[in-house]
Write a protein that binds this ligand. Structure first.
Ligand SMILES: NC(=O)c1ccc[n+]([C@@H]2O[C@H](COP(=O)([O-])OP(=O)(O)OC[C@H]3O[C@@H](n4cnc5c(N)ncnc54)[C@H](O)[C@@H]3O)[C@@H](O)[C@H]2O)c1
Length: 332
């Protein structure tokens, strides 16, 4: 069992731990949170032994080999660096930091202290998004492709997410998954173009925008999102990958009648591939809990050695794209 400490015992920390808890891979030795009620909850839920309101005290006193950082984004760099300096293996939630210089410092301090860092790009463990890589790699869509995602809603409730300096809004907090997965599928990002705006008058973060990222392979992603809509109001969402030979439609983005009866909807999801000459194909994938797989991987490299599948280099690259997206674009 990995002797684990958690810094930031809030929503995502709870979700991550619950997803893997029955596997018995972690012993939750200690947690730190500025809200004591969260520490009580973690004692009750996960049998956590020690609770601290100062994360530095946890790092000084608790007998842990690894630390999971799940604090608001603007604190990740400070907390990752302190954990690395204390000699702990580190898992950091995404985005790795609010800017690429802080990512660079995190990487450097981890290297100097001989510890490894996993960044929480959970989509890497998602069999759903994995279909995109498989289909693009198969060449069936031809090249280049454009992965286009459109979504809109009110955004997360906790205020830091919509604060310009603490969370940064959707073009860093949400789309950072797309920037990372885009690089996983298409190689190094080379150029970003964007038009960020703010439509919700009470937030300081830019809450709405369209971002285009072009990769070295000539493939492109486009994310057009808003987190500026009123409570209870959402746009239609659609996600498709377009290529010269056809379109791959994500689950939820095609007429369900086209895939009805062609997959086991309890255990599987399905994409629709529409190709030239009227050819249509249902592409199935087995559903899995991506958070559980991500935590299993974390436990594995801490216990057995090896490198994290998604490390600081991926976090830095995606944060660099986010920086450019928030400022109108430029060369990566
Ligand atoms: N991988 C994903 O898909 C995913 C999903 C949700 C959130 N996140 C990321 O996780 C991070 C946290 O998000 P959340 O939704 O859990 O937020 P949250 O507000 O629910 O949790 C954050 C916790 O950190 C605590 N905290 C704040 N300052 C602290 C400090 N100085 N020391 C110790 N604890 C402190 C808060 O009291 C809170 O309990 C964000 O960076 C967010 O982007 C990732």
């Amino acid at each position: 069992m990995v002797k684990l400490g958690v810094i930031g015992c809030g929503g995502i920390a709870t979700h991550q731990l619950k997803s893997v808890w029955e596997d018995g891979l972690f012993e939750l030795v200690a947690g730190a949170d500025i809200r004591p009620e969260r520490l009580d909850l973690f004692r009750d839920t996960f049998g956590m032994k020690e609770g601290y309101t100062d994360f530095r005290e946890l790092l000084r006193k608790a007998d842990v080999e690894a630390v999971m950082i799940c604090t608001p984004t603007w604190l990740h760099a400070e907390h990752v660096i302190a954990a690395a300096e204390a000699g702990k293996q580190v898992f950091s939630q995404k985005p790795m930091a609010m800017n690429s210089y802080d990512c660079y410092k995190e990487i450097k301090v981890c290297q100097e202290n001989g510890v490894k860092l996993q960044v929480g790009f959970v989509r890497r463990f998602d069999t759903d998004w994995g279909v995109v890589k498989d289909v693009v790699d198969s060449g069936v869509l031809g090249t280049p492709v454009l992965w286009r995602q459109i979504a809109g809603g009110p955004g997360p409730a906790r205020p830091f997410f919509m604060d310009r300096f603490e969370g940064g809004g959707p073009m860093i907090d949400g789309m950072v998954h797309n920037y990372d997965f885009g690089a996983y599928c298409f190689g190094e990002p080379v150029e970003v173009k964007s038009m960020p705006i703010r439509i919700h008058h009470a937030t300081t973060a830019l809450d709405t925008g369209t971002v285009l990222v072009r990769f070295e392979t000539g493939n492109t992603i486009m994310c057009s999102w808003s987190w500026g809509l009123p409570e209870g109001v959402r746009t239609n969402a659609s996600t498709e990958v377009l290529g010269p030979n056809g379109v791959l439609f994500f689950p939820g983005s095609y007429d369900p009648a086209k895939a009805k009866g062609k997959f086991d909807s309890a255990a599987e999801g399905a994409y629709l591939l529409v190709l030239k000459d009227g050819r249509e194909e249902v592409v199935k994938f087995k559903r899995q809990n991506m958070f559980r797989e991500e935590m299993r991987h974390f436990a594995d490299w801490v216990e057995n050695g090896g490198d994290p599948l998604v490390g600081g280099d991926a976090g830095l690259r995606a944060t660099r794209v986010a920086e450019l997206a928030l400022s109108g674009g430029g060369l990566v």
